[in-house]
Design a protein around this ligand. Sequence first.
Ligand code: NAD
Length: 495
Amino acid sequence: AMNATPSFQSICCVGAGYVGGPTAAVIAFQNPQIRVTVVDKDPSRIRKWMSKHPPIHEPGLRDVLRVARDGTRATTVSTDQGPDSIVSLPERLPNLFFSTDVEKCISEADLIFLSVNTPTKLSGIGAGAATDLFAVELATQTIAEAARPGAVIVEKSTVPCRTAKRIRDILDLYRPGVSFEILSNPEFLAEGTAIKDLLNPDRILIGSSQTSEGLAAAQALKNVYATWVDPAKILTVNIWSSELTKLAANAMLAQRISSINSISAVCERTGANVDEVARCIGLDSRLGSKFLKAGLGFGGSCFKKDILSLIYLSRSLGLDEVGDYWQQVITMNEFQRSRFVSRVVCDLNGTLVGKKVAILGYAFKKNTSDTRESPAIDVVKQLLADRPAEVAIFDPRCNPSDIKEELQRLFAATGLQLLKPDGPIEVYNNPYDACNNASATLILTEWDQFRYPALRRTESVFETARSERAQAKSLSPHGGLSPHGGLVRTMSELD
Ligand code: NAD
């Protein structure tokens, strides 16, 4: 017998973060008939989502919110094609809501996205590290207690392979005898291009159990996406494949960055130029040209965490060799950072004592204000070990007080005096003051405003640091001479 495909009327997304917020917003934007509510236990985050200033910076996000969250008035548009071309656009009622009432919103939904954080467990780093599923488990418990029987639960968070089994066990424990379908639907958006990625994804992946109920639930979720995504790009697979694909995809993206960075180290010692090598490698159609930019290595909240999770998973399956293999991707990333800082110190005559080092860019990549696992944090940490007089930081999107707060939190255990006037770190509101009198300027995020023309305008500001910079030649990590002599140019890779 054919199973009728359910059709969802009410979606609840648990977790209003970098993934949950934009994903729910785009689903609501594209499905005006579905009511979408995003819930979070953090009231300040929800307040920001309801305000004019959403808690995250993503190009296009405000436009999507303006339509789905705020609704639109009926308008009449006339083109210049004569009276027949008058088009009335209907009023659109808001269908995207934000709330802190997690249980109530879960109880009203027939489709529930789990988009909570899945960080690395603090113990055991080094041998790979387990994913901390605390937030997933707690949210699942709430779902078990509050959800309507038959609601479909979707893993949107990145989770280790076989987490769906754990979710199933929790549901059975807290709500015995009630059936819920569990799907895996990992998110492939990249921060900084989240809205673009959501509107035009390479693929949508939906994993389900292979029972008729599982397949029907997958088809119903597919229908939600098919309102704007080409159905050929929506893949339905078994649930374990779906969970593992997300970890594997991130591990392989990070691996490419470590691979080209390993080549950059060889370039530096041989006179080869890694930009040329990368361009020539990338023309091989089997390899492609993307993600081949040498730099400070990958940052962000996902790559390292997901590789650690894959390493842990491999080792727990008795596959130590597989774990060792992926461990090298992380080792290479760390080597690249320390190699870079050693070179800065070396080019400044072996010491930072008495010198000011400027850092342009603190976010982990451009077009985001997210600083989680940013390469800049590692660089600051390693610079501090050489006791510079000042580390001057500027980022176009990160709030100076947020940067200070984060650094103080991260370095709390060291007991160091961190911030001016007692310590070396100062965070500036503009790049000119940050660079003034600096012995070296390190560009750590590839923000467009740090590209040459904008920097040329700072030339006069750099004037005072010129003699020192004359010695600090060719500081880019891939051996290219920078256009400003001592100016260190480097780009961080993407998550
Ligand atoms: P985040 O920390 O920005 O957001 C998670 C939110 O969930 C937080 O606001 C938190 O308060 C909320 N939360 C946690 N437990 C809750 C509960 N029981 N009830 C209600 N709210 C709860 O995290 P994120 O960056 O959005 O990542 C979410 C997941 O998506 C992670 O698994 C991550 O690996 C994955 N992912 C992230 C990205 C990315 O670029 N950030 C990309 C793809 C996948």
